[in-house]
Design a protein around this ligand. Sequence first.
Ligand code: PMP
Length: 365
Amino acid sequence: MIYLDNAATTKPCEECISAMNEVMRQAFGNASSLHKMGTASIEIISRAKRTLLSTVTGSKAIFDGDVVFTSGATESNNTALRGINFRGKKIVTTAIEHPSVARTADVLEKQGFEVIRLAPKDYENFEDAIIGSVDKDTALVSCMAVNNETGFSIDIPKIYKEIKKKNPATVVHIDAVQGFLKVPLDGDLISVSGHKIHAVKGIGALFIKKGVNVSPLLFGGGQQKNLRSGTEPVELIAGFEAAVKAYHGTAEKFNELKARLLDGLYGLSDIGINSNEKCVPNIVNFSVRGVRSEIMLHSLEEDGICVSSGSACSKGKTSSVPAAFGISDKGADCAVRVSFCAENTAEEVDRLIKKISETIERVRR
Ligand code: PMP
């Protein structure tokens, strides 16, 4: 199998699996228990928190705040958008957000907030557009670091700094699911997800900057400083930490794979590349004119190659995201997303190109 759908989910790494196994076998205590099994669990959680706080920004700076473990980024995003103290009536977000942010923003709009949704196609400089939309009445900015469909990335440290200069009371939330461990990050609230970085599904985190108040979504036993009730899933947390430590994807490696893929695609006719120079190198979105995504996907699948059409999260539904990038409906219909991990090879890219070429010939015959 050639797995090129790492933006949808990644294969759990050995380090994650071993760490989870060890905790399940030896340290399965409830972190609320007063005996030593409980203490052991608390220690595992504290260590994982330290690891996450020291890696999230992508620089030497340790994140100045706390981290809450959640069931994944959908929960982190919901907690962020629904849990903050709103000081103002406006919300600035983008038209390319994941549904876990977009649908929550829709609900807030129905409750009376004015929601501004910016589309990259309308601006030369998207960072300036985001910063420029913030005023005295902006309670929240929620924007993603890297788009899951095209790989389009936003300079997060820059917008965070400038937004705070304009209005220190604006809470800045970053959905960093696709950017974590890949691009520099900052923010008042940052959402990440384990299964995109070779941990397992069902674990994520919300980073909360010192001084930012968040109300919990769930009421219950008051775990995690009452920010996220529910017995802490120690094995998932240990696996998440192990995956973070073991992560070894580099821009250099992804750039090589991307260059090879683009080279191959340029050699074929009727290909439109939807990922521009503002996109991270591990995600490449392109359209093969005249071959619908579904046909291409199934043809590649016959050869054991897994890619995606747009986003796996919008399965069965037409995504409005391609249009916000200026991709035509026709282009979106034929869009294919290839997303790499560190284990992918040049040979795999070559096989993908060969199979795409064969599929084009077969369909057009
Ligand atoms: N945000 C983005 C950008 C994503 O790509 C995803 C997952 N596709 C999510 C949020 C949701 O993450 P999770 O699966 O952990 O709920």
